[in-house]
Design a protein around this ligand. Structure first.
Ligand code: NAI
Length: 417
């Protein structure tokens, strides 16, 4: 079995971390039990690009227990947990990932997990693997379908669908209700702040914070910052989302204005250059810049590096940039997703649902081999409900069921006032 990781001797430490994650992932463990008995993925080759965290390990182990052969690469140069990567190699997973890859290594690892076996299922977080297969692999592969974990990846895949270039069907796992309503909102909401705190250890209470983007991630972060006593400003480009932010009680203004008053900035737009150099030049001395969106393009890091007159590393994941106007701004995790680079990513409890969806999506693609079109599908609703049901059960929460009379009432149109 081939692999490329930082240090295999970290495996025993990684095993304990995975155990800790699995303890908090009851939905995925329930699915694992069934996979163990039924082996729905027997003989299936899976190539996956996912953040190599303890939660991803719980997913990958589940796929293997279901019968699959899995090769895994990281979906960000800074997000791999090296002890977890080592533990997975000991579990028989071909891992090609380590924390601190450069860009060439990152893409070479993606290449390795495709070359190692001919994938039948392709799993991705950010669509770099899907794009690689579409652009760079000329040999004919027997791919039944693929999955996509995050908003940015789904946006890229929809663009590929629009261009008519998709080579296999895809399931937008991100668009499952039991994914984005929880993972993006509560998961990133908490872990982005965790990343900022681990990097800086600053006090949130009383700070003026600026959240760029009031999507599912942005609203999670904004609400949690408020809960910790911060004053929160939201910037948006979508009038409906901006209106929601206003009525949720946040100050809303353009970034040109917000940049003058913020102490801490967090981007969550899925877009490029939400914070540009012109805004950085407005900022107060000591302002902190961070990003929670998928790619490192939301804060114009390249522009900042070109403009700064001096750069110093202050502590892990905190770089000080002195601007030509003499003010200093502090960039966290080099503008990469702060929750995965400076902390551990989402808590296991939300990844439980995201990865339960991933496991069910893979099983669905295998079951429906040859029956799906080359397009981007949403997660089938019955699977979304299944994840919610198992999760509620694991939390000991029961809900009501519709009576026959209620079902009939909801399906008729004749009875009104
Ligand atoms: P979303 O589409 O729900 O929200 C993005 C929001 O940003 C939209 O309301 C949009 O109008 C706004 N926006 C776009 N350009 C803007 C600009 N220039 N200034 C201000 N607002 C702007 O997307 P979602 O689900 O909130 O995801 C956001 C990003 O976070 C994506 O890149 C996604 O892949 C990533 N993500 C990261 C996670 C992590 O672990 N760090 C986890 C989940 C998602």
């Amino acid at each position: 079995m081939s692999y490329k990781i930082k240090d295999l001797s970290l495996a025993s430490e990684g095993k304990k971390q995975i155990e800790w994650a699995e303890r908090h992932m009851p939905t995925l463990m329930e699915i694992r039990k069934r996979f163990e008995a039924e082996k729905p993925l027997k003989g299936i080759n899976i190539s996956a690009v996912l953040h190599v965290t303890k939660e991803t390990a719980a997913l990958v182990k589940t796929l293997k227990i279901g019968g699959a052969n899995v090769a895994l690469a990281g979906s960000n140069p800074l997000s791999t947990q090296d002890d977890v990567a080592a533990a997975l190699v000991e579990e028989g997973i071909s891992v090609f990932a380590w924390k601190g890859e450069n860009e060439t290594e990152y893409y070479s690892n993606i290449e390795s997990i495709v070359k190692i076996h001919e994938p039948n299922i392709v799993m991705d977080d950010g669509a770099d693997l899907h794009a690689y297969i579409h652009e760079k692999v000329s040999s004919k592969l027997d791919i039944y379908g693929g999955t996509e974990e995050t908003t940015t990846g789904v946006i890229r895949l929809k663009a590929m669908e629009k261009d008519g270039v998709l080579k296999y069907p895809l399931i937008a796992v991100n668009n499952a209700y039991t994914k984005y309503l929880f993972d993006n909102r509560y998961g990133t909401g908490q872990s982005a702040i965790d990343g900022i705190l681990r990097a800086t250890n600053i006090l949130i209470a009383g700070k003026i914070t600026v959240v760029a983007g009031y999507g599912w991630v942005g609203r999670g972060i904004a609400n949690r910052l408020r809960g910790m006593g911060a004053r929160v400003i939201v910037t948006e480009v979508d009038p409906i989302r901006a209106l929601e932010a206003v009525m949720d009680g946040f100050d809303v203004m353009p970034i040109a204005e917000a940049s003058k008053v913020g102490d801490i900035f967090v981007t969550a737009t899925g877009n490029t250059k939400a914070i540009r150099v012109e805004h950085m030049l407005n900022m107060k001395d000591g302002a902190i810049l961070s990003n929670a969106g998928h790619f490192n393009v939301e804060v114009d890091v390249k522009g900042l590096k070109e403009t700064a007159v001096k750069v110093r590393n202050i502590r892990p994941y905190v770089d000080e940039y002195t601007l030509p106007n003499g003010k200093k701004v502090y960039l966290l995790a080099d503008g990469r997703l702060v929750n995965l680079a400076a902390a551990e990513g989402h808590p296991s409890e939300v990844m439980d649902m995201s990865f339960a969806n991933q496991a069910l999506a893979v099983e669905y693609l295998v079951k429906n081999r040859g029956k799906l079109e080359k397009k981007v599908y949403n997660m089938p609703m019955e699977l979304d409900y299944e994840v919610a049901r198992i999760k509620l059960k694991s939390m000991g929460i029961q809900i009501d069921e519709l009576t026959e009379e209620q079902k009939e009432y909801l399906e008729q149109w004749k009875s009104g006032t």
